[in-house]
Design a protein around this ligand. Structure first.
Ligand SMILES: Nc1nc2c(ncn2[C@@H]2O[C@H](COP(=O)(O)OP(=O)(O)O)[C@@H](O)[C@H]2O)c(=O)[nH]1
Ligand SMILES: [Mg+2]
Length: 321
């Protein structure tokens, strides 16, 4: 089967079945189809719709160098020790279709490379319909079909869409580290608002205690109702695997808290909503430009020349008048 050719329904069903049985080649193939925005995605998503929603999706976000990959590797080990199967999706918006993790991550994660209970994949999403906001959930669906108990999503917490990916996880970890010039003041407010668990990594460095205090003050200022989850702050030295058991305990506590209340389902509803919205908007936008809808060029000329106002032009473009 080739990316550029629409696979037959039978091929796709075999691939999905392979993924269901945890076959690495099938999983890899499916994620490549997502990454490359294959025409097969539509039937594929249809085949997979029924058996998704089981995996606990954990997002990790934070500035480059804060220790996301190191922490991810350590968390994998902790979950494996608890007998769970772990998938990792490293979302890299900048890299072209690299098809693999960057070298540093690969070496670091190598200790898990022979473990059948672990699958690590980095994914680019250039040219994907709807970009990251649809590529990431679709890739997550593949991990889910493959029966992973936990999926860790590492994103570079710089762009808005990367932050959104992490924040649509069931549990979002916001990583900060002392001595990186990204104290709480410097960190984007948006990142702090999405944290379910704050991780002060590189706690072996000076300034960790100050950073913890800053975050604690910030969390306290954020108005939490009596029944709301109060984001804990966990100290880690990921490179030494220190604090990781505590971190995983907090992650599990967050899952249990949400499942006991209605938040688990509510968050997944939000995730589905934004995925649909992103797909629909991307489709509409593409139609404007490929001429599937009449007349963006004509309408633009009419607005430029003062024959039409932009509101009416927009209505006409959407076929609403
Ligand atoms: N001192 C110290 N270094 C760490 C710690 N965690 C990670 N590092 C180092 O920080 C660098 C960046 O880590 P990495 O996980 O690649 O960060 P990422 O860009 O957020 O994924 C690497 O050289 C790590 O070995 C830690 O807890 N303490
Ligand atoms: Mg990394």
């Amino acid at each position: 089967m080739n990316d550029t050719v629409t696979a037959t329904q039978q091929d796709l069903a075999a691939l999905v079945e392979g993924a269901r049985n945890g076959r690495v080649r099938a999983i890899a193939r499916l994620i490549s189809l997502v990454e490359n925005n294959s025409p097969s995605l539509r039937p594929l998503m249809g085949l997979m719709a029924g058996d998704t929603g089981r995996a606990h999706v954990i997002g990790l976000t934070g500035s480059p160098g804060v220790g996301k990959s190191t922490t991810t590797t350590a968390i994998i080990g902790a979950y494996r020790a608890r007998g769970m199967r772990v998938g990792v999706l490293a979302v890299d918006p900048s890299s072209p279709f690299s098809g693999g993790a960057v070298l540093g991550d690969r070496i670091r994660m190598q200790r898990h490379s022979l473990d059948e209970g672990v699958y690590i994949r980095s994914m680019a999403s250039r040219g994907h319909l709807g970009g990251l906001s649809t590529a990431a959930p679709q890739a997550l669906r593949v991990f889910d079909v493959a029966g992973f108990d936990v999926v860790l999503v590492e994103t570079v917490g710089v762009g808005q869409s990367e932050v959104e990916i992490a924040s649509t996880a069931d549990t979002t970890l916001v990583l900060l580290a002392p001595g990186m010039g990204d104290g709480v003041q410097a960190a984007k407010a948006g990142i702090l608002e999405i944290g379910d668990v704050f991780v002060v990594n590189k706690a072996d460095r000076d300034g960790a205690q100050n950073l913890i205090r800053e975050i604690r003050n910030m969390v306290a200022l954020d108005s939490h109702g009596a029944d709301d989850w109060k984001p804990p702050i966990v100290r880690t030295v990921a490179s030494q695997e220190e604090g990781i058991e505590d971190l995983v305990d907090r992650i599990e506590a967050h899952r249990e808290f949400q499942q006991a209340g209605g938040q688990w389902a509510a968050r997944r509803l939000t995730r589905a909503r934004s995925e649909i919205e992103a797909l629909a908007l991307a489709t509409v936008r593409r139609e404007f430009h490929t001429g599937g809808r009449e007349g963006l060029e004509d309408l633009a000329a009419a607005v430029r020349d003062g024959r039409l106002d932009p509101y009416s032009a927009a209505d006409q473009l959407l076929n609403r008048s």
